[in-house]
Design a protein around this ligand. Sequence first.
Ligand code: UDP
Ligand code: MG
Length: 349
Amino acid sequence: MSARTTVSIVAPVYNEAGNLRRFYEEVRAALEGAGLSWELLLVNDGSTDGSHELMLQLADADPRLRVISFARNFGHQIAVTAGIDYACGRAVILIDADLQDPPAVIPRLVAKWREGYDVVYAVRSERKGESFWKRFSARIFYRLIHRITDIDIPVDTGDFRLMDERVAVVLRQMREHHRFVRGMTSWVGYKQIGIEYVREQRVWGETKYPLRKMIAFALDAVTSFSFFPLQIMIYISFTLAILSLLVGVIISGLRLVMGEEFFGGQATTIILLLLLSSFQLFFLFIIGQYVARTYDESRDRPLYVVSSTYGLGEPLAPNQRIGIAPSSGQSGAGLVDQETMGVAGHGRV
Ligand code: UDP
Ligand code: MG
């Protein structure tokens, strides 16, 4: 059996100084009993509160820790992506660093993986300590996404999940900028299963998802996996056309009976005009969302800028990573030794 790391734990970190030590200890405790080799990748997403120093301290004391530091804040989904890029385990686990996803659940994810599942996602059966508004909006959001997207994205499921390396290999090739990682893992396919867990309260600090960011995230989710908002316009336009025809006929009829003056006046006209313009502007906004994203993707900028790493080599190019045979002429220097490259390693440990 190769000495390759069995599981890579990926945790995005944005100003979590008060959580990090306890998070690391809980991860270690959860994995120690499971008899696995592991690494913990902490992705520092531009923290400004001393999280970075703390990560380096922890990594100094435990060689299983790796630190990837961004040049600025790139956002949660991008931080998770970088963790997947650098991970070299046979399975990759995504988990928040604020202890809302309890590390004690990790062995249950691993157990399902060993049964042969490629993606094991954790479903929130209960959410503790979150405001009514957050729970309500999340409930609506997950159900909306589930209904209008073309793929089967499970409801009440965040990024807390385990994926086999063959899923990670595909994700590493999906370089879209507006990322909805949980949808992207569903998109890959293979054998997927959910397990239930209780989402805990944030141990320290505040959520980094204010309303503005939640809306942007929801828009990314919808535009990434659905054309429904574009298609719905045709139904609305038909409905309005039929409605205007009906109203035209009715008013003409009434005028014949009740005289020319009936239903006259500019107020109605102005109100209708405003209503229709607001419809049109709304749909222009929707089209704009798709257009802006198309533009963003076409610029093809790198997804993130790494300012420093600790305990790691350079990430491999997508086609050089685990499970994909390296193409000739490119050096395979990096995380994975040549021996293990090209192995579509699917063996459970
Ligand atoms: N996070 C990040 N970059 C950001 C925002 C959040 O890396 O721009 C991390 C954060 O440190 C945490 C995880 O992503 O580990 C989830 O964020 P948060 O707890 O704020 O989201 P919530 O649980 O409230 O949805
Ligand atoms: Mg959280």
